[in-house]
Design a protein around this ligand. Structure first.
Ligand code: ZN
Length: 278
């Protein structure tokens, strides 16, 4: 069973500082941290999907070119890491167009997939799928079928499924969960950083044996323990945000060795779209 490893490419501060106009005031570590991920993928002979912010592509086109040259899939994470449900449909379309242009300028191809910042496509902004479909995206990976205060569609299907939208359809690739009474968010993030590797391996092993391709995610900043600590964060948020950053890389090295991974576009090519290679 092949699973999906996805990397959400945003710098350490870009998921915490809402006003992108102030981003240049913060230390720029995205090239350093993303190259750490790229080295790990190379060492474990793994190809991945990188959901890249348009802002990152505009400021570091050479980094995005490197991701593509090393054989990975480049997909979109929007332009400025804003909650989609806080945007108007017109704002969302503009955000998508700008980020798509920024990626295409580097790769020469339109991104096929999209992941919303903060998994912020939920029931109240389902219209986002119409726009993604109209803009020609083949798949989305923004739904996390869990309860969370910021995101989640707890009753969404856990497995890949089609969503009718925008006069056509697109494929939804939900982030991995384990159904244990409620769906446990085993796709990455703080779950991975809090749990010992044995527990992560057990969870992914269960998905593996159920014949289900799990979509997992990680951020470059999760492998960068030397990143600055943002001042003024609420205590609990800060504890979660900076938890075990020095252990992420080793856990992923084990996971990439113990299971088989590929980019979303490849893993689901035959399973969902009925396409074959070549
Ligand atoms: Zn993000």
């Amino acid at each position: 069973m092949k699973h999906v490893i996805s990397i959400d490419v945003e710098d350490w501060h870009q998921c915490m500082v809402p006003d992108y106009r102030t981003w240049p005031d913060y230390e720029d570590r995205i090239v350093y941290s993303t190259q750490k991920v790229l080295r790990l993928l190379q060492e474990t002979n793994t190809k991945a999907t990188f959901f890249v912010l348009g802002y990152v592509a505009e400021h570091h086109p050479e980094l995005v070119a490197q991701i593509k040259e090393e054989g990975h899939e480049v997909a979109s994470h929007g332009q400025h890491h804003e909650f989609v449900y806080n945007m108007t449909p017109d704002d969302f379309r503009a955000d998508l167009e700008r980020s798509t242009d920024a990626l295409e300028a580097v790769t020469g191809e339109k991104p096929r997939g999209y992941r919303a910042p903060f998994f912020s496509i939920v029931k109240k902004n389902w219209w986002a799928f119409d726009i993604l479909s109209e803009m020609g995206f083949d798949y989305d990976s923004s739904i996390y079928p869990v309860f969370n205060h910021r995101y989640g569609v707890p009753d969404a299907p856990r497995e890949p499924h089609q969503i009718e939208a925008g006069g056509g359809h697109l494929t939804e690739l939900p982030v991995a969960t384990l159904p244990l009474g409620v769906n446990l968010p085993v796709g990455g993030g703080v779950y991975f950083r809090a749990m010992p590797y044995a527990a992560i391996k057990h969870a992914i092993g269960r998905l593996d044996r159920s014949g289900y391709s799990a979509v997992l995610y990680v951020h470059p900043w999760e492998m960068d323990p030397e990143q600055p600590v943002l001042q003024g964060l609420p205590r609990l948020f800060k504890a979660r945000r900076y938890l075990n950053l020095d252990k992420t890389e080793a856990k992923w090295r084990s996971l990439l060795t113990d299971f088989s991974f590929g980019p979303a576009g490849d893993v689901f090519r035959e399973q969902i779209w009925g396409e074959t290679n070549g």
